[in-house]
Design a protein around this ligand. Structure first.
Ligand SMILES: Cc1cc2nc3c(=O)[nH]c(=O)nc-3n(C[C@H](O)[C@H](O)[C@H](O)COP(=O)(O)OP(=O)(O)OC[C@H]3O[C@@H](n4cnc5c(N)ncnc54)[C@H](O)[C@@H]3O)c2cc1C
Length: 382
């Protein structure tokens, strides 16, 4: 077992950090307040090869895996510039197209995803299904060589920035319930209407409700095998959880760094506030939880990249990292006193993101269900 980080990975971290630092927390906070995407940062990371670091070299990617993509997520977040669409476009969509797409789909999509020029967002959540994916009611019905999609998705991030949406739809019924399949649908397809779904988080990425009203998709839109969507989606959800965990670890490190600096400088009695254990211990505790989550995230990414089952580690990493990020933000805000809520100190956007990561891409309770059932062998509760 070797815990030393390779020189390549150290160099990758440093290079990503350099780019993200040119933009920094003020840029992120401004974009978050304006609900405008961090397009320039995305472009800069894409041009340097970091958005497609997990995509095959034959498609213009970096030829790495989730380990490298997780490092990218960690470093941009630690620099104060977390990008939510890396979890969706780079992790889920690129992984699923690489793994299950036809050669034609790979040629069509992976080079753009690798350079950052294209984004493919992911639509699974529905108003009446939520955490229970098998209950989704969006359908794809065969019609000649085409598929016709009908239904509603909501909370779909970044549709306004994307060229296509990877949609999970029912193509029939089997013993588990909905027989699911995956479709690549152009974001401007006829019959696909999108409506902004306002959220009170300070996020640069916007969310949408999508209405599919007889959206016609050609035979080339089906990704992987018909009816295999459930298995395929699960292959893509581990990458989303791993990158979500990495983003949370980075956000936690960013908050702890800001809090440590502030608590060292701020003196309201005779010593800096950081000398008081009421201030330092919550920060230290969150730092421990963050680094433990980082270790589990690395294990999950390694397992995914080596074809070892990664479900348990991915879930545990995502749980631990989201909780660590929330603890770090809470302690950092408290250490800043009133300034913790001030726009000038810019902590609130990260608090909102950390709070989101406890709910999405999978909520804390569904992870506890998974661990109870799969790790502990307890009876299934749902
Ligand atoms: C800002 C934002 C961005 C998002 N981006 C995307 C996106 O790009 N694509 C996409 O498809 N979705 C996206 N989502 C949706 C997100 O993945 C879901 O909100 C999340 O998976 C939870 O589903 P739900 O909201 O339907 O909650 P529900 O399933 O209704 O659950 C509500 C709560 O009930 C509890 N709960 C539910 N089931 C159980 C159970 N069996 N046992 C114990 N407790 C349970 C949990 O606490 C859960 O938080 C986004 C959401 C937000 C807020």
């Amino acid at each position: 077992m070797d815990f030393a980080e390779s020189q390549e990975h150290q160099a990758l971290r440093a290079a990503v950090r350099d780019i993200a630092a040119k933009f920094g927390p003020r840029y992120y906070a401004e974009r978050a307040a304006a609900r405008r995407p961090c397009a320039e940062l995305w472009r800069a990371l894409g041009e340097a090869g970091f958005i497609g670091v997990n995509i095959g070299e034959q498609y213009g990617g970096g030829g790495g895996g989730l380990t490298e993509l997780a490092l990218v997520c960690e470093e941009i977040a630690a620099a104060g510039t977390p990008l939510l669409l890396l979890l969706v476009s780079a992790a889920i969509s690129a992984e699923m197209i690489s793994e299950f797409g036809t050669e034609e789909q790979r040629q069509a999509w992976l080079p753009g995803l690798a350079s950052g020029a294209a984004k493919v967002v992911f639509a699974i959540t529905e108003p009446d299904a939520g955490s229970n994916t098998l209950r989704i009611s969006t359908t794809a019905t065969p019609d000649g060589d085409d598929w016709v999609l009908n239904g509603t998705k909501y909370y779909i991030s970044g549709v306004d920035e994307a060229q296509a949406v990877l949609v999970v739809a029912r193509t029939g019924q089997d013993e588990r319930g909905g027989r699911l399949s995956l479709f690549l649908v152009p974001a401007d397809a006829a019959g696909l209407a999108r409506h902004l779904l306002p959220v009170d988080l300070l996020l640069p990425e916007r969310q949408f409700t999508l209405h599919f009203d007889g959206v016609r998709a050609g035979p080339g839109a089906l990704v992987g095998a018909e009816g295999e969507g459930f298995r395929q989606v699960f292959h893509g959800l581990n990458p989303e959880r791993i990158t979500g965990a990495a983003l949370a670890v980075g956000v936690a490190r960013y908050a702890l760094g800001a809090a440590a600096r502030y608590a060292t400088e701020r003196t309201v009695w005779s010593a800096p506030i950081g000398a008081h254990q009421g201030v330092s211990h919550p920060l230290a505790k969150a730092a421990i939880e963050t680094e433990l989550a980082a270790l589990m995230t690395r294990q999950a990414a390694w397992q995914h990249d080596h074809g070892v089952p990664a479900g348990e580690s991915s879930n545990m990493a995502k749980y631990a990292a989201a909780e660590a990020a929330l603890a770090a933000l809470d302690a950092a805000i408290q250490a800043h006193g009133g300034n913790g809520l001030a726009s000038e100190y810019g902590l609130m956007p990260y608090w909102g993101l950390a709070r989101l990561l406890r709910i999405a891409p999978v909520n804390r309770e569904m992870i506890l269900n998974y661990v109870a059932q799969h790790s502990l062998g307890l009876p299934r509760s749902y």
